[in-house]
Write a protein that binds this ligand. Structure first.
Ligand SMILES: NC(=O)c1ccc[n+]([C@@H]2O[C@H](COP(=O)([O-])OP(=O)(O)OC[C@H]3O[C@@H](n4cnc5c(N)ncnc54)[C@H](O)[C@@H]3O)[C@@H](O)[C@H]2O)c1
Length: 272
């Protein structure tokens, strides 16, 4: 189906790992990229490289370095996107956010039980992880919906993991956030359908992938070894696998596939 609208993707977590790879793949597929990321001095050079790669595809890279869970900064980032959309509209184009990807990795990797309270989860760590990794999805999507950024054919993807149903010692706080995220996805999918918006919402459950976030998990080497032994392909998932899936799923204008947890893992989850 032809689409005379101007496609944008909003990637939350656009500077690394799955968000970076998907942003670049969507740019190659014709999308402009609005990227949100949280990087400090050492990471900023890489952010410029990511933006340059998108621009080299002939697309725009409108990036904001911010905490995605900050309400005021979210409002400012969306105001900047609104301003950019207004310029397109004034030039006779029809911009919309076709893809929203929530790919934030920012959580406390501590156990629930430790003799030293500082080494265990507490209310602040639990709530911060939940806010960034799960609840922020709802607030961004609310504002995108109210602001008229989404349109028929728009797709929302939230990155989840097998951690919702398996236990890793230091991953319990993130596991809880991922479980909440999957629930938020189902709720948003149902509410968008009832409103007749044409917007689909799904969780993407990636297999274990070698990214900076994985390397921060204390048990990462064991996770890699187990994955290589278990994945029926004998390899780990790559960020390119995830990007390919999202580009392909987003090509459809249908909103009928919604409310799911879609595995992108080469069969890892179903292999014991
Ligand atoms: N790597 C894996 O094995 C794996 C597997 C399944 C699911 N996931 C999930 O995929 C998502 C992406 O993970 P990744 O491995 O690509 O991580 P990554 O560390 O490579 O990238 C994380 C991105 O999130 C951004 N970010 C982090 N906190 C932020 C904040 N508060 N505000 C704004 N931006 C912030 C970073 O700047 C970066 O762009 C995460 O939700 C992760 O849990 C990862």
């Amino acid at each position: 189906m032809t689409d005379d609208r101007e496609r944008w993707a909003l990637i939350l977590g656009a500077s690394s790992g799955m968000g970076e790879a998907t942003g670049l793949a969507l740019a190659k597929a014709g999308y402009h990229i609005a990227g949100v990321h949280l990087d400090f001095r050492a990471g900023l050079t890489h952010v410029e490289e990511v933006k340059a790669a998108i621009v080299a595809e002939g697309r725009e890279a409108l990036f904001t370095n911010m905490n995605a869970a900050d309400d005021e900064k979210r409002a400012a980032a969306l105001a900047a996107l609104r301003q950019r959309f207004d310029e397109s509209t004034a030039a006779g184009r029809k911009p919309y956010v076709r893809v929203v990807m929530h790919s934030l990795a920012f959580g406390s990797l501590v156990p629930f039980l430790a003799d030293d309270p500082k080494a265990a989860v507490d209310r602040k760590k639990m709530e911060m992880t939940q806010d960034v990794m799960a609840n922020s999805l709802v607030y961004w999507v609310q504002d995108l919906h109210r602001g008229g950024f989404l349109d028929r054919g728009s797709k929302v993807y939230a990155m989840t993991s097998e951690g919702t149903s398996r236990v890793v010692p230091s991953y319990g706080v993130v596991s809880g956030a991922k479980a909440a995220m999957e629930s938020h996805v189902r709720q948003l999918a149902m509410e968008f359908a009832r409103l007749g918006t044409g917007v689909a919402v799904n969780s993407i459950r990636a297999g274990v992938t070698d990214t900076p976030a994985l390397r921060k998990i204390p048990e990462n080497q064991r996770m890699i070894d187990v994955t290589l032994a278990r994945n029926p392909h004998g390899r780990m998932t790559t960020t390119a696998d995830v990007a390919e899936a999202i580009v392909t799923l987003s090509a459809s204008d249908s909103d009928w596939m919604s409310g799911n947890i879609i595995s992108v893992d080469g069969g890892e989850f179903v292999t014991g």
